[in-house]
Design a protein around this ligand. Sequence first.
Ligand SMILES: Cc1ncc(COP(=O)(O)O)c(C=O)c1O
Length: 455
Amino acid sequence: MDSYPTGIQAYIEKGRQIMKRDQNQRSIMRRKKFDTISVHGLYDMQTALANQGSIIEPAFLATAQHFDNSDHMEAALAYLMPAWIYARVANPTLHYLEETLALLEGYGFDGEVTAHLTGSGMASVFLGTNSFLMDDPVHLKPNIVASARCYGGTFTLFTRYAKERGVDLRWVRDPLNLQEWANKIDDETRFVFGEMPANPSLAVIDLEAVAGLAHAVNAPFIVDSTIATPALMRPLLHGADIVIHSVSKSMATSGFVIAGALISRANIPSKVGPDEMRQNYANYIKGYAHRDMGPTLSPFSALMTLNDLRTLRSRTDTSSQAAMKVAQYLGTNSAVESVQYPGLPSFPGYETAARYMKLVDASGNESARFGYLLSFTVRGGTDATRQAFDRLQMIWRATDLGRVKSVATIPMISTHQQISGSDKDIAGLLPNLIRLSVGLEHPDDIIADLDQALT
Ligand SMILES: Cc1ncc(COP(=O)(O)O)c(C=O)c1O
């Protein structure tokens, strides 16, 4: 670094000052409560004054950054100083959102946390896993171990890894069964993947135990925590190395944004790849894989997400309480065969859910919250299920979740339709399963709509 000419050295020094200021601001914000972080992130008064005093993070819609001179340009493009360069690579509005997400996901975690945004949740599942499958002269026969209880897109992506690259794909059918994880993880496992709670089964995982199994073979434990959000669960506190979010869901609850995030702790385990990748996975992806593949989020979407994120905790509290009421009501309806909701004591894995999912910054009964998503099976088979679904008057029929508005779907014919016949069995899908994402309407009105549809 010291061999750079004087002009570049000045920019490297300037970069150090910027990073020092950001680090200082990060440590100030890490001492604040979750709601305060959601509202402010890293955007403070001094940053605002450098942005015309704007009290809200500005949307930087320009595609590219102007440089002082060639030294500045060279230092920036050699990643020797913080810069955003070109909006496919980075962008200041995305940076504000990334810092907020890193602070929220790292809330209570004792260590560095970095976030990287992508143009969709699937892009984050891809970039969060793909690099671990690189060719390696020592580890010639890669396998991946993943919970089969996961979002349909993730299921088909991993199936693609197996078909197109010969990766040995080992599905864990019952993610609560630790012996099943232990039997499938071995010295050639490149990563271990779980989704908690899972879409649409709501299946849960003993995160600490599975993290221990992954780490014993030097493999990262990657957790898709979309449904919980950091308001209910922060997997980094329980041994996860990388957390994935479909930001498109309750983080951007208004329903205007498709976005994803991958969030990593420092120094993750991996038997393949350069040290730089292990040291800071999110930054490594930003600087290399994402830059080359280009699944970039629009700054406008980042701004809308920042806006929705400010109320994440209180919304999660309200929608969790409503979902609990709806789940309890469904349990009493004779047209309903079974209800899957992690907050019901009858749910397999209730104790595990109660151990890991708690409303942040709450205590006692106030902290017992289990999220807005539930699913239920309808008596009478496929026809009865579709008839009940078609009778909904207020709850939207759509392949969506995490909205301010309640939304229902039949996963077998929508989100998970692309999973092939025999794999549907592995994924545990049922044709009479309805997934319900409880919104912010009054729970009495949601229940009334379900009641008329199921009667
Ligand atoms: C748990 C989970 N992960 C990932 C995704 C993919 O996210 P996106 O739709 O933003 O690509 C989804 C989408 O439904 C999801 O539910």
